[in-house]
Design a protein around this ligand. Sequence first.
Ligand code: IPE
Ligand code: IPE
Ligand code: MG
Length: 232
Amino acid sequence: MSNIPQHVSIIMDGNGRWAKARGKERIFGHFEGAESVRACLEAAVEDGVKYLSLYAFSEENWGRPEAEVNGLMELLIKYLRQELANMMSNRIRFVVLGHRERLSEKVNGLIDEVMATTASNDGTTLVVFLSYSGKWDILQAMKKAARELSPEQFQALEPHDLDRFLVTAGIPDPDLLIRTSGELRISNYLLWQSAYTEFYFTDTLWPDFRKPQFREALAEYARRDRRYGKVK
Ligand code: IPE
Ligand code: IPE
Ligand code: MG
């Protein structure tokens, strides 16, 4: 396939509705969604996508019932323990970005371990956004810049200068942003970084979004004409 996006990002939505449609608890949808993560990661590796990033848990998601939040954290722990060997054999680098202070010590410990173990892998980078929100990211970037720069340097900041203060520093902006489950919104995700991203919305619920659906999104991306405000 030609014109493969360098960075594909996904708002993985619709797990709860997928479970409800089957008369099951929401958490079943999240567990089935983990299979979609495996499938899309495999497709990304096979197709040469350099960065696959996933919106797994937003700052706003802390407001869900405690049992669901705990279930999602347990699922993350299970996923990381199961997938580490696969990440190593496929040279996948694992990175978590977000408001890490809000995560438990247990979750943070395992994340640090998997990030350190996979740090020098040179294949696809899997970025998982946890306890992340776009407004939080922009604000923490501004605070960091204010701490590190002189008042003169701060006043001289250009838009692209803020990139290195965002948690995504060093990671290219997403070329393609996929949102499943039919919702047509960004839900406080990569606000700054998606300024010129191509959006792809699909009614498919996340647990049903597997390799063929991922590749259909890549095919749609390949047909887009990115002009960046210029005339071609
Ligand atoms: C997405 O599925 C997963 C997370 C936000 C953690 P949802 O849990 O939002 O599923 P719906 O949108 O309620 O169907
Ligand atoms: C967005 O999904 C967040 C993640 C997928 C992690 P939500 O289900 O939380 O978003 P809203 O509430 O429909 O906007
Ligand atoms: Mg949702």
